[in-house]
Design a protein around this ligand. Structure first.
Ligand SMILES: Cc1ncc(COP(=O)(O)O)c(C=O)c1O
Length: 366
């Protein structure tokens, strides 16, 4: 299989507003030029007003369940905290943990399918990178972490599900100085999630651009998967208020960064585009799988600055994320994308992605 990003070309933004031309120029000429400029196509919907969910919403809100045919699930899930297992009702951490007081910590969400953890090494690497970036020392090795993850899944009798891995700064005092916190805490939760119902994968999602901008890397780099997700939560609230399934977040230049918990891809004339990491996108692990799959299927995929105009005029659009997997988008800010139905290339990527999730990964029970 092709290595992620092997054929990916980075094209800088040249003229904002003329973004379809931008994509096509990039595509046809393969040239990288121009100074990134501020985007004039940055008009966003007004902050939506609270009210009943709009009929535009394609799917019901996220759903979490512990039931799955492949799983033999205990009545209360067992949560790992610092080397010990506690039933859910007794799984507690200190109110002085800076993870709670300041959002000072990091996390990962990992999927396992059919008794195997999907892209485990990539998730561990990203967790360790997040830790390094915020000067947090994870008090165990990657091998020990792997064993703790597996043990948590086994204790919960799961074969298909989602693991939330949290590393907090640990217990300190009320001051924010992390030097007060002597030992980070590790929490692992295994659950079964179905973020969107199966119809959403067949019918597609609706998204709205939110007024909340993706935070700048100069403030807190979105590449750090930190416990401070208020930026995304604010955007999510806007999507809820607008009755949409997801919120499209722009960066300070008015270019597309990502959605609240997913990376964004568009397809135009058979070519696939996604914003670069520098636009404020998380280096998504499902994003990297989409790169692999697209290349394997013979499509070119390019990291370019994308505007709302590009999204509105795309033939297809899809999102990627560990929880959402690969899911089509059929409407953005009230405009139908392409035919208003999930597109054929997206369908092929979803199909191949599903094969990979069922057939690859690190075995949990061997
Ligand atoms: C802000 C944000 N963007 C994108 C993603 C998708 O990344 P991944 O595919 O690694 O789950 C996530 C989820 O982890 C996220 O929280």
């Amino acid at each position: 299989m092709a290595k992620s990003g092997a054929l990916v070309r980075r094209c800088n933004s040249f003229e904002h507003g003329a973004s379809s031309d931008l994509l096509l120029n990039c595509l046809l000429n393969g040239r990288t030029f121009c100074v990134p400029t501020k985007n004039t196509d940055s008009m966003v919907l007004e902050e939506p007003e609270a009210g009943a969910p709009s009929p535009n919403a394609a799917v019901k809100p996220a759903n979490e369940t512990r039931k799955s045919s492949a799983n033999t699930v205990p009545t209360q899930s067992m949560i790992y905290i610092d080397g010990q297992f506690f039933p859910e009702s007794e799984a507690k951490i200190s109110v002085f943990d800076h993870g709670l007081l300041y959002g000072d910590g990091i996390f990962e969400g990992i999927r396992f399918y059919n008794g195997r953890v999907f892209r485990l090494d990539e998730h561990l690497d990203r967790l360790w990178d997040s830790a390094r970036s915020i000067c947090l020392e994870i008090p165990m090795s990657k091998e020990e972490m792997t064993e703790a993850l597996f043990e948590t899944i086994r204790k919960n009798g799961l074969r298909d599900g989602y693991i939330r891995q949290v590393v907090t700064r640990g217990v300190g005092n009320l001051g924010l100085n992390p030097a007060q916190c002597k030992r980070p805490s590790i929490i692992i939760i295994a659950a079964v999630i179905a973020l969107y119902p199966e119809e959403a994968y067949r019918n597609g999602l609706t998204i709205v651009t939110c007024a909340t901008r993706r935070m700048s890397a100069a403030a807190l780099n979105p590449a750090v998967k930190s416990l401070n997700y208020l930026n995304n939560v604010m955007a999510r609230i806007e999507a809820n208020l607008a009755g949409a399934d997801e919120a499209l977040m722009l960066n300070d230049h008015g270019n597309v960064a990502e959605c609240t918990a997913d990376n964004v891809f568009i397809i135009k004339k058979g070519h696939i585009f996604t914003p670069p990491i520098t636009a404020g996108a998380l280096r998504g692990i499902t994003r990297a799988v989409a790169f692999d799959v697209a290349l394997e299927l013979g499509f070119t995929i390019r990291e370019v600055d994308i505007t709302r105009h590009d999204v509105f005029t795309a033939d297809e659009c899809f999102l990627t994320g560990t929880a959402a997997e690969v899911i089509p988008v059929i409407k953005a800010d009230g405009r139908l994308i392409g035919t208003g139905k999930p597109g054929p290339i997206t369908g092929r990527i979803i199909a191949r992605f599903r094969e990979l999730t069922r057939g690859t990964g690190t075995p949990i029970y061997s």
